[in-house]
Design a protein around this ligand. Structure first.
Ligand SMILES: [Zn+2]
Length: 82
């Protein structure tokens, strides 16, 4: 299964009525599911088709996740995963 090319992310900051900074990333289905759960549990939203449409609309491609993306962060590259 190659899902690397289809990873999506959503920033809760971009959602209407949101004041939190949660970022959710995964496949489109995962982001949709987790995003809906987050909206319900953290923001008191209702899990409706409208909510899911809003989440889907706010999704963006996350294509650079495999690279260490913190230039200048100490130790960012020294702890390679086995
Ligand atoms: Zn949130």
């Amino acid at each position: 299964m190659d899902i690397k090319g289809t990873r999506k992310a959503i920033d809760c900051r971009k959602m209407p009525n949101s004041t939190c900074s949660v970022r959710i990333a995964g496949t489109e289905d995962e982001v949709l599911m987790v995003g809906a759960q987050h909206a319900v549990s953290a923001h008191g939203e209702k899990d409706t088709p409208e909510l899911r449409a809003m989440i889907r609309k706010a999704m963006e491609d996350e294509t650079r996740v495999s690279q260490p993306s913190s230039p200048g962060a100490p130790g960012a590259t020294s702890r390679a995963r086995a």
